[in-house]
Design a protein around this ligand. Structure first.
Ligand SMILES: Nc1ncnc2c1ncn2[C@@H]1O[C@H](COP(=O)(O)OP(=O)(O)O)[C@@H](O)[C@H]1O
Ligand SMILES: [Mg+2]
Length: 351
């Protein structure tokens, strides 16, 4: 039988300041209480976890719809890993990746770019060395991934180790230069900032249209990196704040395969008006930063012991709440957010 606990009235004591959004009801208080999140905590990032089918995507859609209904101060960008948000978000702008092309190579941020490739393609130190050497050679004109590929094909080998590393680097980069991706990675003009600043409705970028998960991951990493970079330059996030939804976050924030530059930016990016919603089925697979840098946590039903342990340790969950997590129904969750004295159990509302 599912264990239950009820908080008496005086123990609930939510103290919210500023605007809040209503995402459902608290089901473990003795009196009816709405489940709320302060709008200004959203830039302190949100973590939504739970097994497949536990209600994560639904919950995120409620947050986005309520936020847009409540305030015009926020823009929203959803990086839609599975292509499922279009039917869930009221009035959204839908984009396939080819309509949001990303120039991979930014001339003025070459070392960031090399690091991103290093992480997303698992480059070895010799492969990184070769890339640095290519970019540092002033005779090379590299404006696109295609130029890079050509140079890699033509450059003279400095010995057998060089040849070996160069060829395997070439093999790793080649998938990005497929004809079908030319519209995505070949463009020299990014439209991202323009879109974010133009559309008041949530923007959905349907990453699922990139079928190869290896390429999808690289696309999403570059997308995030650009968002962070542009926010630091104050080109987005300053006039309106920006909420970025990242589904299947273990692809970029995975403990064993994280993208370093994105992980590092998690803590500082809030200062620049960007709030992330990190969604994943497995908290134990995420880098510690995902737990540490998220102020709001929404924990749907979790069955795996590893995941339960990570969640209850980082939240100092009372034992009676921890015990309930595996038995939560679809749409039920433990909510912990600024303004609450302790975690509460909620039922996220329906549309
Ligand atoms: N709070 C809720 N109220 C009603 N139905 C819900 C709720 N949360 C999820 N569902 C339904 O349960 C199913 C799985 O939810 P979903 O959000 O896709 O799970 P997840 O993203 O965790 O895999 C969907 O059909 C969804 O409509
Ligand atoms: Mg989902």
């Amino acid at each position: 039988m599912k264990p239950t606990i009820k908080y008496p009235r005086q123990e609930y004591l939510a103290r919210f300041s500023g605007e809040t959004i209503d995402i459902g009801e608290v089901i473990n208080s003795r009196i009816p209480v709405r489940a709320r999140i302060q709008v200004n905590t959203l830039t302190h990032h949100t973590l939504v976890v739970g097994s497949t089918g536990s209600g994560k995507t639904h919950t995120v859609s409620i947050i986005v719809n309520e936020l847009i209904r409540k305030t015009s101060k926020y823009r929203v960008l959803i990086i839609d890993w599975h292509g499922e948000y279009m039917k869930l978000i009221n009035k959204a702008e839908y984009f396939e990746p080819r309509r949001v092309p990303l120039n991979i190579i930014e001339q003025n941020n070459i070392y960031d770019f090399i690091e991103l490739l290093q992480d997303s393609l698992s480059l070895t130190p010799p492969q990184v060395f070769i890339l640095e050497k290519i970019f540092e050679n002033k005779n090379h004109m590299i404006n696109s991934i295609y130029d890079l590929k050509n140079i890699l094909e033509d450059i003279e080998d400095e010995g057998s180790w060089f040849r070996e590393s160069r060829l395997s680097l070439l093999r790793k980069i080649s998938p990005l230069t497929r004809d079908s991706l030319r519209e995505i990675f070949g463009s020299s003009r990014d439209k991202l900032v323009e879109y974010i600043n133009t559309y008041e409705n949530p923007i959905i970028i349907d990453a699922s249209r990139i079928q190869d998960p290896y390429i999808r991951r690289i696309y999403v990493s570059i997308l995030l990196k650009k968002i962070f970079r542009e926010a630091i330059k104050r080109r987005i996030g300053s006039h309106n704040k920006l909420l970025v939804v990242l589904e299947e976050a273990q692809n970029v924030l995975g403990r064993n395969n994280y993208i370093g530059i994105i992980t590092r930016m998690l803590s500082e990016i809030r200062k620049f008006g960007i709030g992330l919603v990190i969604v994943s089925q497995s908290p134990s697979q995420l880098v510690d930063e995902a737990m540490l840098n998220t102020n709001t946590k929404i924990i749907h039903s979790i069955k795996s012991l590893n995941d339960l342990e990570v969640v209850s340790k980082s939240l100092y969950l009372p034992l009676n709440i921890e015990k309930i997590i595996p038995y939560l129904d679809v749409g039920e969750a433990v909510l912990y957010t600024r303004g609450l004295k302790k975690p509460v159990i909620i039922k996220v509302k329906e549309f």
